[in-house]
Design a protein around this ligand. Sequence first.
Ligand code: HEC
Length: 226
Amino acid sequence: MTTMIRSTFAATLALTAGVTLAFAHGDVAPQPVDTGTLPTLGEEWLTENPYRSEAAGEEVWAEAVRIGASGYNQNCARCHGLEVISGGLAPDLRFLEAEEYGDEWYVERFRDGYTQNGITKMPAFGELLGQEAAWAIRTYVETRPDGDSLDAFADELAEMRDTLEAGSADVSAAQARLAEIAGEIETLSGAPVADSIAYRAAVQLAAGAPQDKAAETLTIGLSAAN
Ligand code: HEC
């Protein structure tokens, strides 16, 4: 009898511990982020984003955005929202200032997570993902376009998409206009360039991509916005 109570108690304890442990890790284990194509940053944690284009050049910046998008989607989106648009579960990270003050706050949370009354509200990612992943995700987050400033161009972008899809656009004019629109689309973090669909399509056309590729980029972004 005593043995049975004991073992039931032990089983309950084990179960409770398991649940607590799962919760402490935020239910899902952090997913590794492949940062092999980014400059390495060393052991010591920086306090300012080294992958901004002012510091690292546009190519590194664009690669950081690409890697950061996947790192964000795998590790942060379930709490902070898809496309970094918060559904209220956790703060909206798009508003974190894209300068040293915001960076310090960002990296502190990334490394240590957040625990309140013994409950892990956000898991610590620092040791598991490393700082290259941290700053890549940071770069992605701070370059999210402000949805409202994109909306202002939605009709024009849809028209451009149709022309590009039909293959009948004047490519250099389209590229120039897309670049102009990209310059009008703002971030909420204050970062100078938003990684908007206009920006992406302009870059694609500048690199000689076929018209329908740029049309596809616009289509994906336009449907995501609606
Ligand atoms: C299990 C849910 C969860 C996950 C996963 C998560 N967070 Fe958080 N995060 C939170 C919560 C809750 C807070 C608010 C904590 C507080 O009150 O400061 C927070 C706060 C933050 C803050 C401070 C924001 C501010 O405005 O004060 C940053 C930065 C942050 N998280 C980044 C990330 C990044 C980057 C990832 C992915 C690598 C991530 N978080 C994953 C739940 C999560």
